[in-house]
Design a protein around this ligand. Structure first.
Ligand code: CP
Length: 302
C-alpha cells in the first residue's frame, strides 16, 4: 500500500513520503498537548482504541496508553503472550477479530517484516505503526524530531549522526526520512556488518570522529535479538569501537546533544555515566512520547 492509499484509509504506517507541513503540524499539535492545562480531556470520549503488541515494549506501549487515556478514549490492551496467538491464531485473524468487535483504531507493533503492509491492505479500521520489524517506527522518530526542535528551535540545517546497529533499526529509517524532509542532514556510523547497504544512497557512512562533530549524536541499541549468530563478538569490543564513552562525549561540540531511543544497553553502545549526562536527552525523549502520541492518535481518529 502506498503512503497516499494508506492516508486514504487513515492508517499511520510511516514517515517516508510524508510532507514537511504534515510533520510540522503533528509537532505543533504535540506542543499544544504538552502545554495542555489538564491531564485528561474528553476529546476522544466514546472511542475505543486497542494496543496490539506482538513484540515487547515498555516506552511505546505505555506512552500510547497514557496518550489514549489523556484524550479520554477507552483502551484495550492486547498481549500476544496471553492471547489465542498462543493457540496458533494468526496476526491477521487477531486484528480482524478486534476490528469486528468494533474498535475505532489499533496501535500495532510487529516483528515480521512486511506483515503490517499486508494488514493495512485488508483491515479497514485505522492502524498506527508502533514499530514494524526493521522498517519504520514513526512515532519514535516524531518524538525525536520534537525533542530536537524544542532544543534547537528549528530542524533545518541540523546535522544528525545516527550511530550503531543501522541494519536492524526502524528508528534509524524513520528518522532518516523525516529529518531529511525537514531539512536536516543525516549521517550514519556503524560497523560494516551493521550497515544497511540500501540506505547508503540516502545518507553517508562516516567515521566515529566525524559523527561526533554533529549537532545531535543519536546512539542506537545493539539489537541482539535480531542478530545472526556471531554478529557481535563481544560487548567490550563493541564499546571500544562504537560506544559513547565519557572520553568521546568530551570531544562533542559544546552545544551538541545525545539521544537514544532506549532501552539502552549500558556500557555497550553508551556508558552508564552518559545516560543521564547533562547533554543527554534520553528521558526527555521518553517524556515527549506522550504528547506526540496524543497528536498522532487524535489525527488518526478525527
Ligand atoms: N523506544 C522504544 O520503542 O522502546 P520500547 O521498545 O520500550 O517501546
Amino acid at each position: 500500500m502506498s503512503i497516499v492509499e494508506a492516508r486514504a484509509t487513515k492508517h499511520f504506517l510511516g514517515l517516508k513520503g510524508v510532507s514537511a507541513s504534515e510533520i510540522a503540524s503533528i509537532l505543533d499539535r504535540a506542543a499544544y498537548w504538552e502545554q495542555y492545562p489538564t491531564k485528561v480531556t474528553n476529546h476522544l470520549q466514546g472511542k475505543f482504541t486497542a494496543n496490539l503488541f506482538f513484540e515487547n515494549s515498555t516506552r511505546t506501549r505505555f506512552s500510547f496508553e497514557l496518550a489514549q487515556k489523556r484524550l479520554g478514549a477507552e483502551v484495550l490492551n492486547f498481549s500476544a503472550a496471553e492471547s489465542s496467538v498462543q493457540k496458533g491464531e494468526s496476526i491477521y485473524d487477531t486484528v480482524r477479530t478486534l476490528e469486528s468487535m468494533g474498535i475505532d483504531a489499533g496501535v500495532i507493533r510487529l516483528k515480521p517484516i512486511g506483515v503490517l503492509a499486508e494488514l493495512a491492505e485488508r483491515i479497514k479500521v485505522p492502524l498506527i505503526n508502533a514499530g514494524d520489524g526493521n522498517n519504520e517506527h514513526p512515532t519514535q522518530a516524531l518524538l525525536d524530531l520534537y525533542t530536537m526542535r524544542k532544543h534547537f528551535g528549528d530542524l533545518k540545517g541540523l546535522t544528525v549522526s545516527i550511530i550503531g546497529d543501522i541494519l536492524h533499526s526502524r528508528v534509524a529509517r524513520s528518522n532518516l526520512w523525516a529529518l531529511q524532509t525537514m531539512g536536516a542532514k543525516v549521517q550514519f556510523c556503524a560497523p560494516v556488518n551493521m550497515q544497511a547497504p540500501e540506505l547508503a544512497e540516502h545518507a553517508p557512512y562516516v567515521s566515529f570522529e566525524q559523527a561526533l562533530a554533529a549537532d545531535v549524536v543519536m546512539m542506537l541499541r545493539v539489537q541482539l535479538e535480531r542478530h545472526e549468530h556471531g554478529m557481535l563478538r563481544s560487548a567490550e569490543e563493541y564499546r571500544e569501537h562504537y560506544g559513547l564513552t565519557a572520553e568521546r562525549v568530551a570531544r562533542m561540540a559544546p552545544h551538541a546533544i545525545i539521544m537514544h531511543p532506549a532501552p539502552v544497553n549500558r556500557n555497550v553502545e553508551i556508558d552508564d555515566e552518559i545516560v543521564e549526562h547533562e547533554k543527554s536527552k534520553i528521558f526527555t525523549q521518553i517524556a515527549n512520547g506522550v504528547p506526540i502520541r496524543m497528536a498522532v492518535i487524535e489525527r488518526t481518529l478525527s
